[in-house]
Write a protein that binds this ligand. Structure first.
Ligand SMILES: CSC[C@H]1O[C@H](OP(=O)(O)O)[C@H](O)[C@@H]1O
Length: 370
């Protein structure tokens, strides 16, 4: 990914100090670009919970590196004490955010690899390091492949239309939400590379405004034409033929194809269905939860603090400020995610190809899950 012409990932081990993980702190974006050092598993847990970093794939990679930091700080005297510390650190990391399944998946993968491959704490540290790096590299590679599969949808629309393809996206499922490329944005970047003219409608995504702050910033960095719209504009745009395609990310997708994603996604899918606009969801397989089918009943939905709804942050006189938006007495509710039923999803763009949003469709791409 591109920041001021320089290539960055969203998370990496600090050059020259392999006891420190570095991340892009997403809180001051788009007004300041800040790199943060994280030197303990507690610091990583805090960074996930307080959303210094966010997005399903990135919190998975962060959990992987968080377990590596836990391995460094764990007692090294016996394997039993070492593993006990890692179990507890894993539980702490898993509790930070409940909806994106990547977090749980990365912690469990680390525990499995360490218990299966290490005989001493020193070996455990090495395995934790290699596994964290593998999770991050895999995330980037899977997103790259999602771009290659997803671009075919854009290409097809362009061939029929012969004019700019207008794509609507919600929240930030871009490279900031993963290790590189992103999911919803990967097909857009691939289209741009292939010379297909695109324009992106960016939902602002209240209350934290990941669309207005992060997706818009990413698209500026990549030079992709886009327009930020208030969250409620999508239906109007679709009614007037101004959206050819919707692509969003996902935080958890059930084996039956139900999709949990940022609050407001469901309303976009309803509007898309009513207007015959294809609604696609892009995700790596680390976002699939094979253990559940009914997303509305079974996916835990994160509720965050009311201050995220009541206050808004922006740049004023060169300073990032936070101002109160509501009467101070009004209580606010902050549901972070909603579930879009599989019937509203035209297809799931994965690293292995595009699947129908159904158990049969997913099993065709992932036969080892049968
Ligand atoms: C597919 S991950 C991007 C994703 O991240 C979101 O949530 P958050 O910013 O709260 O971590 C959201 O659901 C996006 O679509």
């Amino acid at each position: 990914m591109n920041v001021g012409g320089e290539h960055y990932r969203t998370i990496w081990l600090k050059p020259g100090d392999d006891r420190v993980v570095q991340i892009i702190d997403q809180r001051p974006l788009p007004h300041a670009f800040v790199i943060e050092d994280l030197a303990s598993s507690d610091a990583m847990a805090r960074a996930i919970k307080e959303m210094h970093l966010r997005g399903a794939g990135l919190i998975g990679a962060a959990a992987g590196w968080g377990m590596y930091l836990a391995a460094l700080e764990a007692p090294q005297a016996s394997m039993e004490a070492f593993l006990g510390y890692l179990q507890a650190a894993g539980e702490k990391l898993k509790k930070t955010r409940p909806t994106a399944v990547n977090l749980e998946w990365a912690v469990d993968r680390q525990l499995r690899e360490i218990t299966g491959r290490a005989r001493t704490p020193a070996e455990g540290v090495r395995v934790a390091h290699d596994t964290a790096q593998a999770i991050a590299d895999e995330d980037a590679e899977f997103c790259r492949r999602i771009g290659e599969h997803g671009v075919k949808i854009i290409e097809e629309i362009y061939e029929k239309k012969g004019d700019t393809v207008h794509i609507l996206t919600h929240c930030n499922a871009g490279w900031l939400a993963f290790v590189d490329y992103g999911t919803a944005t990967a097909p857009m970047y691939e289209a741009q590379k292939r010379g297909i003219p695109i324009h992106v409608w960016v939902d602002e995504t209240r209350p934290r405004n990941q669309g207005a702050r992060l997706t818009a910033w990413e698209l500026v960095q990549q030079g992709v034409p886009h327009t930020v719209v208030a969250d409620n504009v999508g239906g109007h745009l679709m009614q007037h033929g101004l959206v050819d395609l919707v692509i969003t990310g996902a935080d958890r997708v059930t084996r039956c194809g139900d999709v949990a994603n940022k609050i407001g996604t469901y309303l976009k899918a309803l509007a898309a269905a009513d207007n015959g606009v294809p609604f696609y969801v892009a995700l790596p397989s680390s976002t699939l939860d094979w253990s559940i089918c009914d997303g509305v009943a079974e996916i835990p939905i994160e509720q965050r603090g009311e201050e995220e709804v009541k206050y808004i942050q922006g740049l004023s006189d060169g300073e990032v400020k936070r101002v109160l938006l509501t009467p101070p007495e009004s209580p606010a509710a902050n549901y972070g995610f909603d579930v879009t039923p599989a019937r509203l999803v035209k297809g799931l763009i994965t690293e292995r190809g595009i699947a129908a949003a159904s158990e049969a469709g997913l099993l065709e791409l992932y036969p080892e899950r049968r």
